[in-house]
Structure formats: structure tokens, C-alpha cells
Write a protein that binds this ligand. Sequence first.
Ligand code: 3H9
Length: 711
Amino acid sequence: MADLVRYELKDGVAVVTIDNPPVNALAPEVWGQIDEAVKRGVADPSAGAIVLIGAGTTFIAGADIKAFDLLRTPADSMTRSEGTHALLKRMEDATKPLVAAIHGNALGGGLEVAQACHFRVATKDAKVGQPEALLGIIPGAGGTQRLPRLAGATMALEMCTGGRPVPAPRALAAGIIDHIVDGNLLDGAIAFAKAKAGAHEIRKVREIVISPDGVQAGLAACDAMRASLKNTAKGMAAPYAVVSAIEAGLTLPFDQGSVRERELFADCVVSTESKALRHLFFAEREVAKVPGVPKDAKTNDITRAAVIGAGTMGGGIAMTYANAGIPVLLKDVDRAALERGLGTIRRNYDVTMSKGKMTAEQVEKTMALITPTTTYDGFDQVDIVVEAVFENMELKKTTFAEAARVTRADCVLASNSSTLDIDEFARASGRPAQVVGHHFFSPANVMKLLEIVRGRETGKDVIATSLKLSKKLGKVGVVVGNCFGFVANRMLAYYMREAYLLLEEGASVEQIDRVLTDFGLPVGPFGMQDIAGIDVGARIRQYLASIGKSRAEGPQSAIPDRLFEMGRYGQKTGAGWYMYDAPGSRNRTPDLLIEQLANEEAKKRGIVRRPIADEEIVARIMTALANEGARVLEEQFATRPGDIDIIYVYGFGFPRQRGGPMFYADSVGLSTVLSRVNEYRARFGDYWEPAPLLGRLVAEGRGFYGESALT
Ligand code: 3H9
């Protein structure tokens, strides 16, 4: 077995170096080798103390997340973690000072290893954290027991439920680390360890006694955290399990508290929530691997940008660039349009400021990066142009032709179109290799997804540049193929079709929206459309009708177009699927008119409206998504099912604990999904046709993720 942990003597101190690139994750063999090395240090007469340090760029980023797949039952996990707890106690019982030297990150099991050391020193820019709840588990190697003893229950609750890492200076103030090293970390850690050896000082965190007042305050903090999780962790179990484990630590002796931690960890690690979150962890990293685009593909630095169109999307995109510190020209046809756009941007920043997320100074500095213009002056300086004009093919083609004329040959020409054919813009530009889709999601400055649409001739360097840029903009970039609606909206058309049909069949707008928000989405389909604008979809339908196409197979409800004809565009006009207090207001009330329209349309289509169960709403809508997702995959417009899951999690707020629509389908079982498609086909018509891939996977007894994701 390779040496994942090295042992050497330096200046009378045993230095134990964990070397398991890229992040020193605690694979099972690493645990064992750390144990051996610490024992060796204790037995080594030449060593007065022991320093534990990470090789490369970080201390330890936690347990090896992939290894959790091997824990099939809570009993498996109990056995494994009993061994880990015993190992950490053995380390803590070392008879020489044991010092963790932290740089980069000490996360999850990494911080737990550090807490089993007698002391912790760190570089100033290091971070420590217990992010396990973000993976649907709880700290399982003593973190819920030792961290409250070190830093108090309130801090431990914050760190273990929220998962956000804490910078070294704050960790020092909280007592999690003992010293910040300026200069060389190893030298500083050795000096620190020798001083502790000289003073015969050893501190075992598990022996720290929390005062009775501390226990009372800690228990009150547990109650308060449970109450606040109702808002912040809707539908999740792990954050609550964290609270229970910390509570046990406050009321029970260390060993008994540790048993409770192990039991709670064991239940979490086999949960669908944890499998879904672990799946997303890796899927998010996989999306950057694009077939045909090598890791070292050439990229251009994007240091100046231009956005054409100062409407809702254009304004949000300009904000995104400015927020990332990139100066951006914002062009529209006249001053009035620009002023409207800038007014919206200003209002958005005011909201951010009122929430305390930006200071007035930061807002001014950021707004100063956005330069409004009605001309192409300065376009010869920019590295990218993002077109965000109306969803109209001719207008977009003209815009691309002009953008190509006024920019440098290496400038990226991106379109924010949500549906139209990128290849047509590419042809119009005369520089097809530079043309790419950059499809942002509304509100563009908030939603983390960037669909990067690869046209027939888009250059590899342009794709690689787009991926790098998406990170700089704080987005997750997913490369998709150039089909109608790309991946997100192509599938969404099926989601919306079912929502409309369910309405005509007897469900109400409020019921459908409530069922989907209960499922975990931030907003239901009708609420979402009122935000995005009913006019946007209507104009796309008009365009499609003009070329003899429709967005989704099957009956198209007439209700959205009737609302459009009435000028009910959603929130912005004060009426859409709901009534709003005023144009632009978010305060909504149901409107009887919708029920009336649903009755009329049902009658026209010969439908007898009926009460519809909540379960049918979820099943119909999620089945429609999975079936179309299977087609998208088979036609290779998405590279992997994980890409689709990431698109839905970051583009539409699909609940993370359900892993995305494809993972969710696997968790329901693809044979169930297929039999639902067949049942709907029999009930509603042939437009419910199983995707061939779905049929094949079921015949082979597999899911979208093979056999492993959910076993
Ligand atoms: C835990 O510790 C439970 C405990 O309580 C113990 C219970 C017994 N395992 O993110 P990057 C891979 S749970 C396996 O691109 P960055 C990652 O997939 C764990 N693999 O780099 C990627 O692989 P690839 C708690 C891991 O610089 C590569 O390393 N810990 C792990 O942007 C580089 O990663 C966490 O939740 C892992 N633990 O960010 C921390 N970590 O190159 C998880 C990373 O093949 N990790 N990989 O795509 C992170 O948050 C980030 O990776 C980190 C570095 C901030 C460390």
C-alpha cells in the first residue's frame, strides 16, 4: 500500500504528514496510517512531541465522501465509526503533546482529527468547518461532542448545522484553535509543540467540563436552533440530527454522547437525503469535464464586458459582471430604456443593502462599474458581448451581425436566448466559432446556473473560457447542446404542460403551487411564471406557431395565452395567475377568474373537472420531467444525468435533498416512472410516450445512475 502518511523527525519532534492528494481526504487506509504514525511518535525516544500536518495545499478536507457508499446499513456504519472513535481517543491519549498544524482547510473529519489533538495551530488564511450537514450527515468522528466543549454549544450548532467554514482568526477567538502561525507553518508548529512539551502540557478536549450554566445555555440554544431550522432547513433531516447529537453531548458523559452521535450518523448516512447531497457534490464537480474540451484548453481572460439590452435579464447580467468586479457596458436603444434598466438595478442593490449584505459604499463602487450607453463606443475594448434583447430571431440576428462588426476578432459573442437556435446567430455574426449561448436564469444576478450552449461551430476555447468565466461570476456553468429550449427550458415545457393540464382537469393554481413548494421548490409553476412574465412564454409560443412547432408534445392549454391577451403578464402588471396588490408587488391573492377560465377550457376539451390528489400532482409533473430528461440524454443534449440535476438545482431551486429530477426519478424507481408513463398514456393519450432510454434502463434493471446511486 502506498505511503499516505509519512513519519520523520525534525528538531526533536515527530512530524506526521498526511499526503493523499488532492485534498488529503481520510480514506480508510489514511485513518489507519495516522494511528500507526502517532503510536510511533509516542514510542520514539527521540521525539518530545508530535506534529500532524497535511502535504500540498490543505490540511484534511474530511472523510473520503466516496467511501460512504460502502456503508449500506446503519449497522455497517456503527461498526466503522466505533473504530474511528476509538482511534481518535487513542490519539488523544498520546503521552506527548500532539499538535495539529492547519493550512488550507480542516473540514469535517479533518477538523475532528484536529480536535482529538491536544492543540491546534493554523495559518492566518486557514479555514475550519464541519460541513457534514451539507452532505446530509452529521459529524461522525466526535465533532458534535468535542466542538461544543471547545467552542461552546452556540458556535458548534452554527458550524455543524450551517456547514460554513470559519476563518482562522474567528476560530482562534472561539477557542477552536490555540495559535496563529506567522511565517512557516511547520516551523511554527514545531516551536509550539516543543514549548508545550517543555511545560508538560497536554489538553484532552473530551475532558473539558462544560459548566452547569453553559449546559443550560446550550440546551436553550438547541431549542432555538430547532425552531430556526423550520425556515432554513425545510425538508432536511441532517441539521436536526446535528442538534440532537449536540444536545446529547451536553447532557451525557462523553462516551455515551459519542454513542448517540454514532447512532444518528448511522441513520443519516444511509438516507436518501445524504445520497442525494453526496451525488450533487460530485455532479457539481463533474460538469466542468466536457467531452472534447481538454482540461488544458486555451482560455481567454474576461476583463471587460458589454451587455446589449437593459431589460430585466440584461440588467441582471450586467449586475452579475459588476458584482464580480468586471467593468461592463450596458447598451440599449435609447436613454429612456437605459434609465428604466438602471432604475431596476439601483432598486435591486437597495434591497441587498437593506438586508445588510452590501454597504452604501460597495453599492456605489459596483454601480460605477456599469456604464450605460446607446452606442457601440468602447465595444472594441471588450472581451465578451452578451446579447439580451427580446426573444426575436430577426432582432437577435441583426444584433449579432452588429456585435461582430464592432468587436475584436477574439471577442466572445454570447447570447442569453432561452430558446432560439444559436447556430442561426452564429451564421449571422460571420464568426461562428466565437458564438456561444450564455443562458442565465431569472433573476440573473441571483440564480447560480449558467447554461453554456454549444453551437455547431463553437470553439473549444470559447467553451473553456465560458466555464472559467462562470466560476469568476459565481455561477455553475453547465455545457448543453443546441436544441429548442436547450436543456432547462426544453424540460420545463413538459413540467408546465402538466401544470396547465392539471389545472384544467380540476386542481387549482394555489393547490399546484402549494404541492410543489411542499415538495421543496422555492416557488410553484404559476408563481414562477408570474415572476418571469407570462408575456415571455406567449411570445415564444407565437414564434413557434409561426414556424409550425410547439414547445411540448401534447395538448396545449389556451389559458396562458388568454391571460396574455388580457394584458395579465404577472407580477409586473399586477395580475397574472394571481392578483397582486400593485404592479411589481409580490403580495398575491387567488383570482376567481382563473377558475372560470379553467372551467371554460375544460368544457371545450370535454373534460369533467375532478378533485385531484396532491400525490397525483407530484407524480405527473415529476414523471414528465424525468421522461423528457431521458430524451435529452439519449439525444446527447446533456452529457450526463448529473448535468441535468445540477441545471435543475441551480436554475430552478429543485430541492437539493432530492438530488435533482433524474436522481429523484431513480429514488422513486425507474420501473415506477415507466409504469406511470404507460398509465398516463392509457388515460390521456399517446403524447405520453415513454422515452426509449427509460424503457431500456428498466429492461436492464438499472437507473439513470446505474445500479449504485441508491443501493
Ligand atoms: C466527513 O468528514 C464526515 C466525518 O464526520 C467523518 C465521519 C466518520 N472526499 O472541490 P474541489 C475531491 S464528510 C473525496 O474541486 P477546491 C473532489 O471531488 C466530508 N473527494 O477543490 C475533486 O475531485 P476531482 C466533509 C473529495 O479546491 C477534488 O477533490 N468534508 C473530498 O475547489 C478537488 O476538490 C467536506 O464536505 C472528500 N472529502 O475545494 C469537504 N473533498 O478533481 C468537501 C474533495 O476528481 N470538499 N474531493 O473532481 C470541499 O469542500 C472542497 O473540495 C474543498 C476544496 C474546499 C476542500
